[in-house]
Design a protein around this ligand. Structure first.
Ligand code: HEC
Ligand code: HEC
Ligand code: HEC
Ligand code: HEC
Ligand code: HEC
Length: 229
């Protein structure tokens, strides 16, 4: 605990030295990124995949339950489907109809955005390895990013029953992901404060302030050291 507090003091000193702003009674660092919605290297749509097709968030972000970070899926996860799905179904069906009408073999229809996925893996339009194409990682642009001096972990939240949507908004309705909340300290604390009674049943030690019986875990906390150590 002492070590944690010393580290917190170091954080405070670094921040004050680094010029944290005290404006209008609100202490915050420059950089409210709510509304941030950068263009991504591939126009991947959550509305289509998580909304219309109903793919579970955890299919691609399994880390949210298993590690601190939710993680961005590898291209190989996309290939579970896109090794065969090369374009929207209506375009494939239209090409098949045209081929039948013209009495020829249907051509492979490859959506331009999926071609980028194949190129990233060094594959040609037939999804065969092409030695002329060097595989290159897809450089997804990071959207949500807390400063280094804050400790955040997806696990207690997700396993504690806080929905992805509470913190990320209706991602399943977004074609392009947009940061919904400003991720300020006040935002974290407001929820922690409001949840203290409701989450106690998940905890492991008695919470003196509430007088609830032992066997209740007080993991939702507004102690500085919960998020800064
Ligand atoms: C088929 C895979 C897939 C599914 C399903 C999926 N995602 Fe994603 N998610 C991605 C990819 C790829 C990115 C990175 C590109 C982007 O931002 O769109 C991403 C990015 C995100 C981000 C932004 C990450 C950052 O940089 O801050 C959030 C938040 C997110 N997803 C939440 C969700 C939620 C919530 C669901 C369920 C409603 C979900 N995702 C379902 C693949 C998926
Ligand atoms: C569980 C299966 C599945 C996974 C996993 C999946 N997709 Fe898809 N995706 C589809 C299907 C099916 C369609 C076509 C939907 C339609 O017919 O309208 C599609 C459509 C697309 C499109 C639009 C294609 C067009 O015609 O414009 C893009 C781009 C795309 N996916 C990218 C990705 C990326 C990138 C990933 C990995 C992060 C991914 N998908 C993971 C099933 C999947
Ligand atoms: C209690 C709020 C909260 C909940 C609930 C939550 N997230 Fe997050 N998420 C965050 C914060 C804060 C960040 C930024 C973390 C950082 O910078 O270390 C983040 C970052 C992400 C990222 C960016 C990459 C990464 O590895 O961190 C993805 C993807 C993501 N969340 C997906 C999800 C999904 C999917 C769920 C539900 C299964 C979910 N989140 C639930 C707050 C939350
Ligand atoms: C929408 C509500 C909500 C928001 C927003 C939220 N939290 Fe939490 N947080 C919770 C709940 C609920 C728990 C307790 C879960 C449990 O019972 O294990 C928790 C627990 C934690 C824990 C304790 C983990 C442990 O193992 O003791 C940390 C650390 C944490 N949150 C950090 C953050 C940070 C940092 C932010 C802001 C970036 C944040 N939280 C935003 C609801 C929230
Ligand atoms: C539930 C999580 C949480 C708790 C508890 C918490 N903080 Fe923070 N704190 C944050 C987050 C998240 C940020 C980053 C805010 C940003 O980037 O705007 C932050 C930022 C800060 C900053 C930088 C200035 C600012 O507001 O951006 C200071 C200083 C700070 N915290 C001190 C403290 C002290 C002192 C306590 C105890 C009284 C405390 N924090 C408790 C999450 C928390």
């Amino acid at each position: 605990m002492l070590a944690r507090n010393l580290r917190l003091l170091a954080v405070l000193a670094a921040l004050l030295g680094g010029g944290a702003l005290l404006a209008g009674g609100e202490l915050r660092l420059p950089g409210d990124h709510s509304g941030f919605s950068p263009t991504q290297p591939i126009a991947f749509s959550h509305r289509l995949h998580a909304g219309e097709m109903g793919i579970d968030c955890r299919y691609c972000h399994a880390g949210a339950e298993q590690s601190r970070h939710a993680g961005i899926p590898e291209a190989s996860v996309c290939m579970n489907c896109h090794a065969t799905v090369t374009a929207r179904r209506d375009l494939v069906v239209a090409e098949q109809a045209a081929a039948t009408r013209d009495g020829r073999e249907p051509r492979t229809v490859v959506a331009p955005e999926l071609r980028k996925l194949y190129r990233a893996l060094g594959l040609d339009d037939e999804r065969q390895r092409d030695p002329a194409l060097a595989p290159q990682p897809i450089e997804w642009v990071r959207i949500h990013q807390l400063p280094d001096f804050v400790y955040f972990d997806h696990r207690p939240h997700v396993l504690g029953g806080v929905a992805c949507e509470s913190c990320h908004g209706p991602v399943q309705a977004m074609d392009r992901v947009r940061q919904q909340h400003h991720l300020s300290m006040g935002w974290c604390i407001d929820c922690h404060r409001s949840r203290v009674p409701t989450v106690l049943p998940f905890a492991a030690a008695p919470e003196p302030a509430t007088g609830l019986p032992a066997g209740h875990p007080a993991t939702v906390s507004i102690d500085c050291a919960t998020c800064h150590f």
